[in-house]
Design a protein around this ligand. Sequence first.
Ligand code: AMP
Length: 120
Amino acid sequence: MAYDSENIFAKILRGEIPCNKVYEDEYALAFHDINPQAPVHTLVIPKGEFVSMADFTAEASSELITGFFRAVGETARGLGLEEGGYRILANSGENAHQEVPHLHIHIFSGKKLGPMLTKY
Ligand code: AMP
C-alpha cells in the first residue's frame, strides 16, 4: 500500500494539527489517543512515511528502527507504567482494523486489561 501523506498522523508529524504530546525525539512522536480505550492510551509513531510494521521493518534504516523501539520503551517508562505493567499493540491492515495508515504502536495501561483478545 502506498503511503498517503494526507493521513492524520502525517498531519500531526508536520504540525498541521495538534496532539497531546507525551514524548518526542528525532525518531518518534508519542501522544495520547483522542478516543482512549483504557485510562492510559498512548500512541507512538515513527518519524517517516511508513504504513505498517512490514513496511517499516523492510524500508526504515536500522537507526530509525532502533530509535523508534527505544522511544516506545521510553514513552512507557516516562508514563510510569513499568511497575503496574502495560500492553502494546499495533494493528496492521483490514483484519486488524487499522484505521490510520501510518505505523503506530498503542500503549494501554491504567487498569487490569484482561485477556489479550476476546474469544472468537
Ligand atoms: P488503529 O485502529 O490502530 O489504526 O488506531 C488508530 C487510533 O488513532 C485510534 O485509537 C484513534 O482513536 C486514534 N486517533 C485518530 N485520530 C487521532 C488524533 N487526531 N489524535 C490522537 N489519536 C487519534
